[in-house]
Ligand binder design. Structure first.
Ligand SMILES: Cc1ncc(COP(=O)(O)O)c(C=O)c1O
Length: 499
């Protein structure tokens, strides 16, 4: 079993991809020491053990340890091991002669983060470059009709309306809220008016707003397990008591009679993230009843529901009943591009005013010209046309990847909850397989898959093993090449392939 430090380093190594491996390991360890993730005087694992845990050679670890020792971060005594220095070199940097002064009027500045800050660094999940085979959840941003969008933007920017240039607490651009209400009513069966919609900088910010506005530090909140890491991290830094609920083929399996009812229940009903199941009608009703019984809010994350490639689209949970205790979140990250940073919340009317004010107080808002351009893009029919085109493209790419998996690994490698939708699928691996190590080995060769076990709250307990594979931003030609490399990594991990 891997130590917490091993897990932490594997995650950091995935984010720091520049230079030789020993230099990357040096930087990862140095960062963890400076940020206090590994506190002073902590004994580090023996080089042989750490090398085994993070799947690098012992020389790589030795070389990183030696450099850290030379720079004063580590101390070592033959036969006694290696530990983090009590006095880090950063503490000396403020003094002219490099020696620590006694009786300073200002104590030396600490570069240590707060406990919650350093804890979050330990759980950081964002990759540095989210493009190419097989980044999960990344749309093909090259296919967006940039020429149309930029034409609208250019026209609006030439003589901008003053309303789009000043501070505002209106909950986002009025025209976009109105265009969205019309779109969501038809495309997602969401019951809403424009005065229920608050524009956010993506779902990420919407989670932050909802959790701060509707729960207090220490309150129990339920999430699906596995779930999107970004959601867990936002809830973590807001000090909530996160309670993971398992997921099966019908979606979240909520506790029916909790001792401590949840304030918020975060779910992905249309396409469970990351496993792919769909919340059944029976479960939807039971979840709504539970929320009503305990006064909880269900927070529906509808992140990629536009992309269903066969069968009927699943309507939103929010629209199932009028006055359902549901807060709905959506995003343009998957349908347009992630860097646009525009998402939205649909909230019950009595909550709108307070949430709109809180959003303005916390984030100030902005990008109103872009929002207005987006409203026109939707009104003129370009948004729907783009989604239709992408649905066909992604459907083909998904089918191609499924075919490769069936042919070279076998159908048993396709997770049984995968359905014909979304921007990624789950490649199932045997329970005894170290999926983090496979993902890490693949990343070393430029293949960006993510380990399924890392999406669980407690990665080592009952976590299923597998790889998340995004297919949306990879052409069939690139997919074949990348898949070949991945097969090689799987073979090296003793997973039998058919070629
Ligand atoms: C399930 C889920 N929810 C939310 C998000 C974040 O969306 P946004 O880019 O709007 O913050 C993601 C991003 O990948 C996701 O996978």
């Amino acid at each position: 079993m891997r130590s917490l430090l091993g897990d932490h380093l594997l995650q950091r190594l995935q984010q720091d991809v520049d230079g030789k491996l020993h230099q990357r390991l040096f930087r990862c360890l140095q960062g963890a020491i400076v940020e206090g993730v590994i506190p002073p005087k902590t004994r580090l694992p023996a080089s042989r053990d750490l090398a085994k845990e993070i799947h690098v050679s012992r020389n790589t670890v030795l070389s990183a340890y030696e450099q850290l020792q030379a720079e004063g971060y580590l101390e070592a005594k033959t036969g006694h091991g290696t530990w983090v220095a009590e006095q880090l070199p950063e503490a000396f940097l403020n003094t002219p002669n490099g020696k620590q002064r006694v009786g300073l009027r200002n104590p030396p500045r600490s570069y240590q983060l707060s406990q919650r800050g350093s804890q979050l660094i330990g759980y950081a999940g964002a990759s540095p470059y989210q493009w190419g085979a097989f980044v999960p959840g990344a749309p093909d941003v090259t296919e967006f009709p940039h020429h149309i969008f930029s034409r609208i933007q250019a026209r609006l920017s030439r003589e901008p309306d003053i309303h789009h240039l000043i501070y505002s607490n209106a909950g986002g651009c009025t025209e976009l809220r109105s265009a969205l209400a019309d779109y969501l009513r038809v495309a997602r069966s969401v019951q809403c008016d424009p005065d229920q919609i608050i524009i956010t900088e993506g779902i990420h910010q919407a989670i932050d707003l909802v959790s701060r506005a509707l729960s207090d530090i220490g309150d129990p909140v339920w999430i699906e397990d596995p779930a999107y890491w970004g959601m867990r991290n936002t809830l973590r830094i807001n000090g909530l008591n996160i309670q993971p609920m398992p997921v099966d083929a019908d979606g979240i399996v909520p506790k029916q009679y909790p001792e401590e009812p949840p304030k918020l229940i975060f779910v992905t009903p249309s396409h469970q993230y990351p496993l792919g199941s769909h919340l059944s009608l029976e479960r939807r009703k039971s979840l709504l009843n539970l929320a009503k019984r305990y006064g909880s809010w269900i927070v529906e994350d509808d992140y990629d529901s536009e992309f269903r490639f066969s069968g009927q689209p699943y309507p939103s949970l929010q629209g199932l009943e009028s006055d359902a205790p549901v807060i709905y979140m959506g995003t343009f990250s998957k349908t347009i591009y992630p860097a646009l940073r525009i998402g939205y919340l649909v909230v019950p009317k009595p909550l709108f005013s307070s949430l709109r004010i809180l959003a303005a107080e916390l984030y100030r808002g902005g990008h109103l010209l872009e929002q207005k351009a987006l409203a026109e893009f939707i009104r003129e029919g370009h948004y729907e046309a783009h989604i239709r085109r992408m649905r066909l493209l992604y459907g083909k790419r998904r089918a191609y990847l499924v075919d490769l998996i069936k042919r070279y690994l076998g159908p048993e490698f396709l997770h049984e909850y995968n359905d014909d939708s979304g921007l990624h699928l789950v490649l199932k691996l045997p329970d005894n397989c170290d999926d983090v190590a496979v993902a890490s080995a693949a990343l070393e060769r430029g293949i960006k898959v993510r380990a399924l076990s890392q999406y669980y709250m407690h990665a080592h307990a009952h976590a299923e093993r597998g790889l998340l594979m995004g297919f949306a931003c990879v052409s069939e030609k690139d997919m074949v090449m990348a898949f070949g490399v991945l097969l090689q990594c799987l073979r090296e991990a003793n997973i039998p392939t058919r070629s």
